[in-house]
Ligand binder design. Structure first.
Ligand code: C6P
Length: 407
């Protein structure tokens, strides 16, 4: 059962939505890039800055202990939010990019030349390039799952790609361009049947659907705070404890050590082994408020509301002559990539901005996906829990004007 969202009340929590752009009310449809933050999150950041600004895990003094407690409270909150077994499995990073680099670098160092990693055509560059860097260092082999015309993964081909050398699958939970929600549980089961692991890029999933890493069967799960109404510069890597225990540190420095001498060093226990240097403890502390905010609305309610917005927008957009959609897989998330006739995505984006509508244009850090479609880029509208049908009406009217101007 889902409950309706009181979007008018919610919008009052997001001061950024009252802004004007080019003299018009801002219609913010670039949520897949970054979501706006509610007042409670900004207040949590301000409160931590004023009252708990001290280096974490280092001081005997009270302020440091309070700062540490706030960051560790978020670690516990994240553990519950994604259904992990232990806070030892929750590592703070700078974002999804750093989380995947950590896996590719640390777990990757255990791989040998000829070992295989399976990626998919729809991956963001941050789930491609770290593996290519590993390929250059160690000679691993990268295999790629193709997509069907609607932007679903070709699961038959996925199954065929496994061999006795397959060590890991790394795949996005939700595509940032197509909105496709990949069948992670099924893909994880297949990987595990072959003795391989699965690393999931959850950057576009955690704020749109309920994530349970154990139900999914994810061995690693990465996401970014700034795409889930939280502060920028903070991310999370979930990793199964026994995997993290067997992996070497990612970076060396303060706080990740047990003991250091010039004869050699030992490492701290989990999760600190992977957290070298002073983290963004202010942002990390405030991330808990973003999770509280989403859960107060309800993840299932958010998903139902955003799907209704998506259906409404798609229905209206389909009536625009010459529009082409990229990503129409069943059950997709509220991300719409499109092109207006032969108009350049950039021109469409600039004109929409003149009319107050913020969308993203370009390759969306997914150039191999663009290549698969034979295009350079798309226009992308992506929704969040505070968007409304009225905003979609304004967006569609703006789109019609732009289509007329560019035709
Ligand atoms: N996508 C977009 O506009 P960072 O930058 O580390 O927070 O997240 C990287 C990332 C990884 N995976 C996926 C699926 C993503 O969508 C992103 C970020 C933004 O689509 C910025 S390129």
């Amino acid at each position: 059962m889902t409950a309706p969202i009181d979007v008018t009340a919610l919008r009052a929590d997001f001061p950024a939505l009252d802004n004007k752009v080019n003299g018009r009310p801002l219609i913010y449809l670039d949520n897949a890039a970054t979501t706006q933050t509610p007042r409670v999150v900004v207040e949590a950041e301000v409160d931590a800055s004023y009252n708990r600004r001290a280096n974490v895990h280092r001081g005997v003094h009270s302020l440091s202990q309070e700062a540490t407690a706030a960051m560790e409270a978020t670690r516990r909150r994240v553990k519950e939010f994604i259904g992990a077994d232990s806070t030892d499995e929750i590592i703070f990073t700078r974002g999804t990019t750093e989380a995947i680099n950590l896996v590719a670098s640390s777990y990757g160092s255990l791989l040998k030349a000829g070992d295989e990693v399976i990626l998919t055509t729809m991956e963001h560059h941050s789930n491609i390039v770290p593996w290519q860097l590993l390929q250059q260092r160690s000679g691993i082999v990268i295999k790629v799952v193709p997509i069907d015309a609607d932007g679903s993964l070709d699961l038959d081909e996925y199954r065929r790609l496994f061999s006795e050398r397959t060590r890991l699958v790394s795949v996005c939970h939700v595509s940032n361009v197509l909105g496709t929600v990949n069948p992670i549980t099924e893909m994880a089961a297949e990987a595990h049947r072959h003795g391989a692991l699965i690393c999931v890029d959850g950057a576009q999933a955690v704020s749109h659907l309920k994530v349970d890493v154990k139900a999914l069967g994810a061995d690693f799960y990465a996401f970014s705070s700034h795409k889930m109404y939280g502060p920028a510069g903070v991310g999370i890597l979930y990793g199964r404890r026994e995997l993290l225990e067997a992996m070497p540190p990612y970076q060396g420095g303060g706080e990740m050590i047990g003991h250091v001498s010039f004869q050699g060093s030992t490492w701290a226990d989990l999760p600190y082994k992977f957290e070298a240097g002073t983290p963004d403890y202010i942002g990390a502390a405030a991330l808990a408020s973003a999770i509280d905010y989403m859960e107060a609305v309800g993840m299932d309610n958010i998903a139902a509301y955003e799907h209704a917005l998506l259906d409404y927008a798609m229905e209206q957009m389909r009536t625009i002559d010459g529009i082409r959609f990229f990503g129409t897989a069943p059950g997709k998330a509220a991300v719409i990539s499109f092109l207006l006739g032969s108009a350049h995505h950039y021109d469409t984006g600039i004109l929409l901005d003149q009319l107050g509508v913020a969308v993203r244009t370009g390759h969306h850090c997914a150039q191999p996906l663009m290549e698969a479609y034979g295009i350079e880029g798309t226009v992308r509208a992506s929704f969040a829990l505070y968007n409304t049908r009225e905003e979609i009406d304004i967006f569609i009217a703006a789109l019609r004007r732009v289509a007329a101007m560019l035709s």
